[in-house]
Every structure is written in C-alpha cells, then in structure tokens.
Ligand binder design. Structure first.
Ligand SMILES: Nc1ncnc2c1ncn2[C@@H]1O[C@H](COP(=O)(O)OP(=O)(O)OP(=O)(O)O)[C@@H](O)[C@H]1O
Length: 655
C-alpha cells in the first residue's frame, strides 16, 4: 500500500464527499471501502460534535471484568511490545471486540497528545464512531492493517500513524484488537509486523490456557517449526471433537467457525488419532494430510486429576460377561431400577457424555428429567463443576433475561447495585440445565441461540464474556410441534437437540416395585417394611399423572406417618385426597401424555372409568384442588402431586 500524498488524498476525499465513492487507485481498496462505510455511518471528515465520549468508570470496570482473560494474556505482551517502541512517540493499545479501548501504554508526551482525540481508555474506536482508523477497520476487515496520516477519515486524526491486528478467540471470533499508534512522522516501519506478532502471542497463550485439561495438537510443516510462534494449535475433546484452534491451525486444516464443537478431527484428517494421543509430549510425529501435505504434530495433554484419558479412536471396551454393568458410584447407574426404556436412555446418554453434544430430555412432568440431567452431569467429565438448573417456566418473563444473561451495574431500575453475572455464567466449566425450555419467550430464544453459537454471554448493558458449558435441556411438550406452530425457533431447536432421549411416564415403567422399594428406603422405612397387598395393587394400577414426583411425595408422607411398631405401609398412611383418588380411579391427564383407561382396584367403590374426557376431568380436578387450597397454587400442586407449571398449564387452558 503506497502512502497517498496529502494532495491526492484530499482530492479523493472531495470525490468521496461529492460522489459517495473513492476514485479508483487513490488509496488502498480496503481503506477506500472503509471511507465509504464511514460516510454511510453519517460521519463527516470535519464533524466531531456528535462523537461519543468515553464510557463511565463503572461501565469501564464492568468491561475490564468481562475481558479479564483477554487482558491477562495481553498485558505481558503489551509490556514486551512497548519495550520495542519506547521513546518513539508511540503507544500500545488494547481494544475489546466492540473496539472500546481497555488498556493503553506509551510515551507520556504521546499519551497526552492521543488523549486530545480520545485515544484513551474507555473510548470507542469503532469505525462507525471514528471513521477509518486502524483499530476499527482491522476489526471490520478481520485482518491486520495500518492507517497513516490523511488516510484516517477524520481530519483530527491525521497526526496519527496506526497499525492494528485483530486478536482471535479459540473459536475464531475477533475478541479484540492490538494496536501500535504513533506520530505519523516518527519511524513506524515495523509497527504492523510487531502488532501482528503480538496478536499471535496473545492468541496462542490464551488458547493454551483456555482448556488446560483437553488434548492439544501443535502442528507445523517442519518439525523445527513446532514450539515457535508460527505453529498451528488446536484443542479437541478426548473423543476428538474440535473445540478451539488458532488461525494457523484453521488455515492448515481448512477449518471453519461452524466446525467448532461439531467436527470430528479424524474425519478431517482421515487418520486415527488414538495412537498419537497415547504419546503426549513425545517426539514430533509426521502425518500426511488428505491433500498430500505433510505435517509434524506434537500432542500436549494434562488430564484433570482423577480424570481419565480416552484416546480419540480407542475402541470402546467391550462389555464382556465378566465386565461390571456400570462403573461403581456411577450416578446414572444408581438411578437404574430396571425399566428397559429408562435403561436404554441411560446407555444412549452415557455414550455422548464426554462429547460437546447438546442433550434434550423429553418426558411428562415429574418423570425425573432433572434428576436424570443431574446424574448425567455427575457421571460425565464435568462432575465437580457447577450444575446450574433454570426452570424457564417458573421465572416471570420480564426477569428471565436478567436472570439468564446477567446485567451490568445500574443496567436497569431495581437491579442489584453491583450487577449480576447471570445464571449462564454461573454454569461456566459445568452444565447448564434449561428445564421447560419450550416455555422460553421467542425474543430470549434468539439471545440464547447467540450464546450457544458464540459461546459468550453479553449481560444487559455490558460486553461479551466467554462461557464454556455443557447444555442439557428438558421439555414436557413436543418441541417439534412448537416449531411448526412458530412458538419455538427451528435453528435453536436443532442446536439444543444434538441428541434426545425420552423418559417413560411412571404408568409405562416396568420397574414399579423396584422403584417403590428404592423410595421407601430413601424415605427412611426400615428394611423389610413394604406395602399392604391391596394398597400395593391400587398404587400399581394408578395412572400417576404426576409421575415419580407424585409417587415419591405419596410414599414420603406414608413413611413419615409410619409408627415404630408397624410392619407395613397401608391405606391409613396416605393423605385423604390420594386415598380418594386411588379408590375412585380419578386419573388426571398429564398434558402431553395419554393415560390408558384402567380399572380401579377390584372391590373398590367407584371402580368404573368416568365417561367424561380425561382432559376435562383433569381440569376440574385442578380447579377443585385450587378451591380447596383457597387458590394457593403451590399447595394445590402438592395436593395433586403435580408440578406448579402443570397447574398453570391447566389454568391457561381453562382461559
Ligand atoms: N429415579 C428416581 N428415583 C426416585 N425418585 C425420583 C426419580 N426421578 C425423579 N424422582 C422424584 O420425582 C421428583 C421430580 O423429578 P424431576 O424434577 O426430575 O422431574 P421432571 O421430569 O424434571 O419434572 P418437571 O417436568 O415437572 O420439571 C424428584 O424430586 C424426585 O422426588
């Protein structure tokens, strides 16, 4: 790029203002486009009156907090960089992904000069704010570039010579910009190379630290290129799914942003990686890519203490006759009381636990979706990390956004003074469980989709913060129907439904006795205490619209009423309402699930199935319970043995 003379740049500027385009060849093509963008953003070369000032100190603190990782990796590099340019009327600048300056370091006299054009902490150098400038334009173009003197769109910035390079996150997003700005007459010949090198140093150090326990592959076309700044680096799960990569690795392996968390590296390399992964830290190994190119690879892997290392292509251990069905103390295994559908769900989920695949659990209310999700978390590689459960149906719509995404201090009236990180950030490193996801309002579905795509959360009034979590969602209603009816975003549905399992309703389970036995012990019934024969028969035949939740609460009450001298649980240990329902065979229909008509226990009065539709029966039962509980939803839900959401659902249906 040759530096246009002052005269030729002035002519180009006049042409732009008159015709809306730059004359061909007047300045670098990318800068010409940037001038046009600046003009379209409403900026004028001499107009500075509408320029936004720096953000408030409180807002800046929030931004620094949100960019803590970027800053931590950038600061030592900025020190190094400043060491190279000290005394050259220059400064080093770090900006975030919105081009707001987070940190500056430079010669005092030049810092003062820069301050006059707001090249200082807290100010935005986004192109739409300051016109063509190295920080904003490098961000817009996603590549290193320099802007010298009159190439700046605003006249007031003509004294500057700036070179900037974008800093890419582990998933190839621009996370910030590093810039060297100096006086246009001082020597800046190596500034662009220095800024680009600094960006790579920051990216590599950040990528290596971001996933300390996952396998990393370092690669270069020559063995000697390994361990240098020129190497490609990628991070993968222990099963070989791509998690992160630097720009060089993306170039070498032709990776795209959509490949993160979706591509299995063995598919791209057409090589089995198992052997390689078993030799971390050893001599470089040569590998031929499908396009014939040779690469040298070196593996770095430091599994979490107590964690297991699973090689990418290591064959699964066959479950021979002597192999135990499950590893000991396995929470998923502990929930297996013999039902075949439940067991199949457990087996399926176990296979995806260590993969970055979003799990969707479907099933009626109370079948144990949350219990299952917790067990999956505790059985997977993220056990010991947070499990954050959010019931999307239980949070008032107006509060969900702040609850999930958090907010900066003072973001809205009534917010906590210090701001809130939001529940999604609380799940960092662990699992986020979104219960009743079908009830999430559409606007929030869009924001959630963005979080899942970008793996970062933007609090209200704040800037994006990287998050890393496994996602498990649950729903009682068929989400595909909600998609067809336009109530649920199709793209979000595909994102959250990487893999789905259906948990059976209690009435369809084949392990009723084992479950009862488990619950009785769990609620403290002494060994040997079981159910009386006719009660046992009635409980087995009941429809259990509230599923496990209702059965568990019935047995919990019964255990509490059991006297020390009694040897079994019988009708008198149950609450009146459940006795009534068992005796009269009143079955509530769980929304989304059909209860087959069943006969009431032999010899019970009112054994005939009612002829009204089950849906209308369930509504009247809900209304009746509400009446008895003076409108108290929680109490009514408890009495009916169903969740509060189900009560609300019935009420909504009543209108
Ligand atoms: N496998 C199980 N063993 C024993 N009790 C269980 C089991 N699963 C669930 N429960 C009982 O059922 C209750 C409800 O379970 P959970 O909240 O997981 O259901 P859910 O399907 O998520 O319900 P909802 O759709 O209403 O949110 C639990 O609090 C527990 O008492």
């Amino acid at each position: 790029m040759s530096l246009g003379t002052h005269h030729s740049l002035q002519q180009a500027r006049n042409h732009l203002l008159e015709h809306g385009t730059c004359p061909p060849g007047a300045l670098d093509e990318r800068l010409a486009q940037s001038w046009q963008r600046s003009l379209h953003a409403g900026l004028r070369p001499l107009g500075i009156e509408d320029m936004a000032g720096p953000v408030s100190n409180a807002h800046l603190q929030e931004m620094l907090h949100g960019n803590a990782e970027l800053l931590a990796h950038a600061r030592p590099v900025m020190d190094f960089l400043y060491g190279q340019i000290r005394g050259n009327h220059s400064m080093v600048v770090l900006a975030d992904a919105q081009c707001t300056l987070l940190h500056t370091q430079g010669d005092r006299a030049f810092l003062n000069k820069a301050q006059r054009v707001a090249l200082s902490r807290g100010a935005s150098w986004h192109e739409a704010q300051r016109g063509t400038n190295a920080i904003g334009t490098a961000m817009a173009e996603r590549m290193p570039l320099r802007v010298r003197g009159g190439e700046h769109f605003l006249e007031q910035n003509r004294f500057l010579h700036c070179s900037a390079a974008p800093i890419f996150s582990a998933q190839g997003e621009v996370a910030g910009v590093i810039d060297i700005s100096g006086d246009q007459y001082a020597s800046q010949s190596h500034a662009l190379g220095l800024a680009s090198t600094a960006a790579r140093m920051i990216e590599n150090s950040w990528l290596k630290a971001r996933y300390p326990h996952l396998p990393r592959i370092h690669m270069h076309a020559q063995a000697e290129g390994l361990d240098t700044l020129a190497e490609g680096i990628l991070v993968m799960t222990e099963d070989g799914f791509l998690v992160g990569a630097n720009q060089e690795a993306m170039r070498l392996l032709r990776l795209h942003p959509a490949d993160f968390f979706a591509l299995r590296l063995e598919d791209r390399l057409q090589q089995r990686l198992g052997q390689l992964l078993r030799q971390p830290g050893e001599a470089p190994q040569a590998l031929r890519l499908p396009n014939g190119r040779r690469l040298y690879l070196q593996i770095h892997h430091r599994p979490r203490a107590g964690g297991t290392t699973v090689a990418a292509s290591a064959p699964a251990t066959p479950a021979g006759p002597t192999a135990p069905a499950h590893a000991p103390a396995d929470p998923l295994a502990a929930l297996d009381t013999g039902d075949l559908q439940w067991r199949a769900a457990t087996h399926k989920v176990r296979r995806i636990l260590s993969k970055p695949i979003a799990l969707l659990i479907q099933g009626e209310s109370g079948v144990g979706k949350e219990v299952f999700a917790r067990a999956a978390h505790d059985s997977g590689p993220r056990r010991g990390q947070p499990f954050v459960a959010i019931n999307c149906a239980a949070i008032p719509e107006a509060l969900i956004e702040a609850e999930l995404f958090g907010y900066a201090p003072g973001a809205y009236t009534g917010a906590q003074k210090g701001g809130s990180p939001g529940r999604i950030r609380e799940a960092d490193g662990g699992t986020l469980f979104l219960d009743e996801i079908g009830d999430m309002p559409l606007a929030l579905q869009t924001r959630l989709l963005r979080v899942l795509q970008e793996r970062s959360v933007t609090p209200l009034g704040g800037s994006p913060v990287a998050v890393d979590f496994a996602l498990i969602s649950a729903t009682h209603c068929p989400l595909d129907e909600a998609v067809e009816q336009g109530r649920f975003r199709r793209d979000l549905y595909y994102r959250i439904n990487g893999f789905s399992v259906h948990l059976p309703p209690l009435r369809a389970r084949g392990d009723f006795d084992a479950l009862v036995e488990r619950l009785l012990r769990q609620f403290g019934a002494p060994a040997g205490v079981g159910l009386g024969a006719s009660l046992h028969q009635a409980l087995r035949r009941h429809d259990w619209p509230g599923n496990l939740r209702q059965l568990a609460s019935t047995l919990q009450t019964a255990c509490a009423l059991l006297e020390a001298h009694e040897t079994h649980i019988d009708w008198h240990h149950l609450a009146d309402d459940i006795v009534h329902r068992l005796r009269h065979g009143v079955a509530l229909l769980q929304a989304g699930g059909l209860a087959p008509a069943q006969a009431a226990p032999a010899g019970m009065p009112g054994a005939a199935m009612p002829t009204r539709s089950l849906r209308s029966l369930s509504r009247s039962a809900v209304l009746q319970a509400l009446q008895q509980c003076s409108g108290n939803i929680s109490q009514a839900a408890r009495q009916l043995g169903i969740s509060r959401q189900t009560v609300y659902r019935h009420l909504r249906a009543v209108g």
